[in-house]
Design a binder for this molecule. Sequence first.
Ligand code: HEM
Length: 185
Amino acid sequence: MKSESVITSFYGAEEGQWKIKSIAPVVGESIQQASFLHIANADEYSNSFSWQLKGASSNARYTTKAEKKELVSRQQGLGRSEAVFGSLIPIKKSEKWWELTQDERRAIFEEQSQHIALSMKYLPAIARKLYHSKDLNEPFDFLTWFEFAPEFEADFDQLLKQLRSSEEWTYVVREIDIRVVKVSS
Ligand code: HEM
């Protein structure tokens, strides 16, 4: 049996499962405009594209057992029919962040910034998936992907506002906010 690739590619392309509504740089340099977002396994895409961002699904680094239990009980999966809005937010953190030890990073991430506690309130409306890119020598450290129904976009924006004003985000050196809408099949 062929083993399933754990690397996912997000392409800015001329066709795709999602139509790009906007590409907005939040911190640092933006990327080229594109009309569609195509999501595929690793390098399985032969059409032309203007950019490709790769990430690997991985194990959790900071989540405690209790937090995991709560997340699992609240969250819903990707691909819900009503969740026709999506957002791809690539993020790069500073050298200073990566020089910290695991326990120092966890303290900033949760005890100071309440990333999980704050975000948990937005479940199950927002479905999410985190991809790690740093070890793939990519321009970003993380690719974060979200899906929600249109009526929850304001909530999503509110969550972003809270996260972006947190201590954790003082370590973010590059971030792009890409909003998409599902192409009806
Ligand atoms: C929708 C609600 C959200 C929930 C429930 C949530 C939950 C989590 C959890 C549990 C982790 C830790 C994973 C681990 O243990 O390694 C995490 C990491 C992360 N999240 Fe969120 N999150 C949410 C929204 C967001 C948003 C809106 C963004 C971006 C704008 C974001 C960006 C990240 C990043 C970049 C990481 C990796 C941090 C690192 O390892 O340094 N999250 N999130």
